[in-house]
Write a protein that binds this ligand. Sequence first.
Ligand SMILES: C[S@@+](CC[C@H](N)C(=O)[O-])C[C@H]1O[C@@H](n2cnc3c(N)ncnc32)[C@H](O)[C@@H]1O
Length: 265
Amino acid sequence: MNVEPRSMGADGLRQRIEALAPWFHNINLGGIWTAPDHFLGDYPNFKFQRFADHLPEDLGGKTVLDIGCNAGFYSMEMKRRGAERVLGIDSDDRYLAQARLAGEALGYSNIEFRNLDVYDVGTLGEKFDVVIFMGVLYHLRHPLLALDLIHEHVAGDLLIFQSLQRGSKQVLELEEDYEFVETEMFFESGYPKLHFVERQYAHDWTNWWVPNRACAEAMLRASGFTIETRAEDEVYICRRSEMPYADWGKTGAVYPALGPATGRE
Ligand SMILES: C[S@@+](CC[C@H](N)C(=O)[O-])C[C@H]1O[C@@H](n2cnc3c(N)ncnc32)[C@H](O)[C@@H]1O
């Protein structure tokens, strides 16, 4: 994205960009890069270029929810592909202010950016054709709850998912069940593993759980998402499907209680 800023002098724009620093998304706002020294390079553009071709080129008439939108890079890319409605949510007001500034500078004033926690997506009361859930899972203390809530409340069709992954990239073929005495599979590196970070990882105390590849894929399936494509090392294009445990009793997010009418109190 490289567009002339609308109705903002370059000096004024630079001041506003600097006032909201540091930026995690490196976006070119009319010649001024928001995070030119990003530790990952030109992020997230270099990552996006690796999987962009796997996304629908034309999102005309579609609705998009970008969860953990940060400075709105993906929200704006979806709008650029013609999405009718894009809602970006994040729990951090400074990132939301960055997103609003970037949207204003690049002429995407019709994207809505709202402070909302992923655990509260049920309050939206709306399903979206495309849900983007990238770079958030490992920041959550309750990652499977978040996926359950997304499945139950907002995912209408496509889920674009990304998580930091560490550990093995192998994916072990698993049996449906094992005897109590069988333990060897737990020692296999390709068994689904979610690494718990008690203190910090990468100097970031908000990193709580880092899955290996097998675990990221298993968590998606276990939350009712069918993986259609691994579009990049860590990025999956999924389609909402049925929760796989319906035969075992109640399914869906365990929290919050929804009241007697839903059968889930
Ligand atoms: C690593 S950044 C990823 C940003 C963007 N989705 C991307 O992939 O480039 C994580 C973002 O998730 C937001 N976030 C973290 N926990 C959240 C939560 N519980 N609800 C909503 N957003 C959250 C952070 O504020 C941050 O903007």
